[in-house]
Design a protein around this ligand. Structure first.
Ligand SMILES: [Zn+2]
Length: 96
């Protein structure tokens, strides 16, 4: 997740998250939720199923999507502003 968004146009809050996360074109922020009572931001990422991926085992680039390892993986991200921030995203797998 780096590199292809150096001068992103920021036209919406979603664009801002997209740029801050330095998402490649294959990946995008699908939606975000903010709970003002808990101060928590949840960002839901998704990816283009026709996108190309890198094999995490050997590093081969340009591989098509095969299936999902997990439908949704969640982890804590660095805070956006002072808000607890969590990312949720499917984990794709390639056949390599
Ligand atoms: Zn491989």
């Amino acid at each position: 997740m780096k590199g292809r968004y150096p001068m992103a146009r920021i036209e919406s809050e979603i664009d801002m998250y997209q740029a801050a996360l330095q998402l490649e074109k294959t990946w995008y922020v699908e939606r975000r939720e903010f709970n003002p009572e808990t101060g928590r931001i949840d960002l839901y990422l998704n990816f283009d199923r026709k996108g190309l991926f890198t094999c995490v085992t050997c590093g081969t680039d340009g591989l098509p999507f095969h299936d999902l390892v997990m439908k949704r993986h969640t982890w804590r991200h660095l805070d956006f502003w002072e808000h607890y921030s969590y990312l949720h995203m499917p984990l794709p797998r390639v056949r390599c």
